[in-house]
Write a protein that binds this ligand. Structure first.
Ligand SMILES: NC(=O)c1ccc[n+]([C@@H]2O[C@H](COP(=O)([O-])OP(=O)(O)OC[C@H]3O[C@@H](n4cnc5c(N)ncnc54)[C@H](O)[C@@H]3O)[C@@H](O)[C@H]2O)c1
Length: 434
């Protein structure tokens, strides 16, 4: 089966490599010629565990190819996936669909024979029908269907998620399109991954509803964590007590500095916007967005108050910049909101991240000092601020840190350490909700 991925970003590259691993012949096309050149030299544009091996194996076996030109490639495709970005549109929070529509126009001119054009990007309900209209208008002779196949992979565990998904969602208009997509995902039958076939609109909405629900769990536990601090409760005990109820579940009940990343912030905003446009506001999701912004501000207040209310001249050792571990993705990371606010209030910041520092340098204020070695971050620091729970920060040499620091304040915004143990070690230890 010939598969084309339009967009060789996080989703396009991982999905393309995994489809190749399933046995399809896959071409990943991208407008970014540098990215394609680097991929053709075997260099990965993102850090994702296991990706380099998967890509190089499938390239070597002749099933995975990278290029910029649609001609001669899209023509031969059975399935063309659109996996381009859908960032928040400036000003109104709506998903910016210009890349999706541009891709649809570019694809249309090259379609030969029956082809299924599949939206894999996260797109608001109604987009697949717009893609159908654009392709049909651009190439009235094209023999095609449009389908929606939203992607649920998590950065940092993207390959495992793709190869062993909780479910595959396929939104279709025709049995012919359904049959092709089912054939592509056939290798998953062996592990009995559920394949849910719906209409186009339901598939599009499943993706937003899922992300909004997960974001809701995070904002919910962050609010409960604030309450725990006020009433001397321990949010870990509360979350565990809740999560053991099978109806609630334990996942996504970890308090922290608020959700970030390339999906939740933009997808919650886009869902709010879509709901408003259809005159059925999603009030819960509107609150989730507000609570998340407030949580970031609360973290800045927490740091400032812990340091006596004045950050001028205080030196902070910041551990972790990416929005979560095992990725170099800095999109909408809490660090991008929290660090500038701390610096504006006079703090000096030295920072470490195992993978995200190159990207962070483009996005954070130039005052931030970056340390390649974790322990260099602590020199003369008044406080440690643990912002992302990378494994490298889970077993820190506390004696060594104490010796390097000016003061012994440890602000753990991911609750990695045990409060009693940290206090025994002589730290003034502050975390979230306990
Ligand atoms: N990153 C994730 O974890 C994740 C998970 C699930 C879904 N999604 C969704 O998948 C979509 C893609 O996200 P991403 O993180 O992979 O984005 P990305 O920015 O990493 O990649 C998008 C790629 O598309 C390319 N592109 C743009 N227009 C193009 C065109 N006309 N032709 C060819 N290439 C083009 C860009 O150059 C870029 O390389 C988004 O809608 C996102 O919401 C992302």
């Amino acid at each position: 089966m010939n598969v084309v991925m339009i967009g060789a970003g996080y989703v396009g590259l991982v999905s393309g490599a995994c489809f190749a691993e399933f046995g399809a012949n896959v071409h990943c096309l991208d407008v970014d010629a540098d990215k394609i050149a680097r991929l053709n030299e075997g260099k990965m544009p993102i850090y994702e565990p296991g990706l380099e091996d998967l890509v190089s194996r499938n390239v070597a076996e002749g099933r995975l190819h990278f290029g910029c030109d649609y001609a001669g490639i899209v023509d031969l495709a059975d399935l063309v996936f659109i996996a381009v970005g859908t960032p928040s549109r400036r000003g109104d929070g709506h998903a910016d669909l210009s890349y999706v529509y541009a891709a649809a126009r570019d694809i249309a001119g090259h379609l030969r024979g029956y082809t299924v054009v599949v939206d894999k990007s996260t797109v608001p309900v109604g987009t697949a029908r717009q893609v159908h209209r654009i392709v049909a208008e651009t190439n009235p002779d094209a023999d095609f269907d449009v389908a929606s196949n939203p992607e649920f992979l998590r950065e940092g565990a993207a390959i495992a998620d793709f190869m062993r998904p909780d479910r595959v969602v396929i939104g279709v208009q025709s049995e012919r399109a359904e049959a092709l997509l089912r054939a592509l995902y056939r290798p998953l039958n062996l592990i009995e991954s559920p394949i849910l076939v719906t209409n186009l609109e339901s598939a599009e909405l499943i993706k937003y509803a899922s992300n909004a629900f997960l974001a809701t769990k995070i904002s919910f536990i962050n609010e409960i964590a604030g309450l725990c601090e006020a009433v001397n409760a321990d949010v870990h005990a509360v979350a565990r007590g809740m999560g053991l109820d099978g109806r609630i579940g334990r996942k996504f009940l970890h308090p922290g500095p608020g959700y970030g990343g390339s999906c939740f912030p933009k997808d919650t905003l886009a869902l709010v916007r879509t709901a408003q446009e259809h005159d059925t506001p999603c009030r819960i999701v509107e609150s989730v967005v507000e609570v998340n912004a407030a949580q970031r501000a609360r973290m800045v207040r927490k740091i400032r108050e812990t340091l006596g209310g004045n950050l001028a001249g205080k030196r902070l050792a910041v551990l972790g910049l990416t929005f979560k571990p095992e990725t170099d993705d800095m999109r909408d990371a809490p660090a991008l909101a929290i660090l500038p606010a701390l610096i504006e209030k006079g703090a000096e910041v030295s920072a470490h991240d195992p993978q995200g520092m190159e990207e962070a340098k483009q996005l954070l204020p130039e005052e931030v000092q970056y340390c390649d070695e974790i322990y260099d971050t602590f020199h003369d620091a008044d406080a440690v601020v643990l912002l992302t729970e990378w494994n490298a920060y889970r077993g820190l040499d506390l004696d060594r840190i104490r010796a390097l620091m000016r003061d012994r304040i440890f602000i753990d915004l991911r609750n990695v350490y045990e409060p009693s143990e940290m206090r025994e070690q002589g730290f003034q230890y502050v975390c979230v909700g306990r």
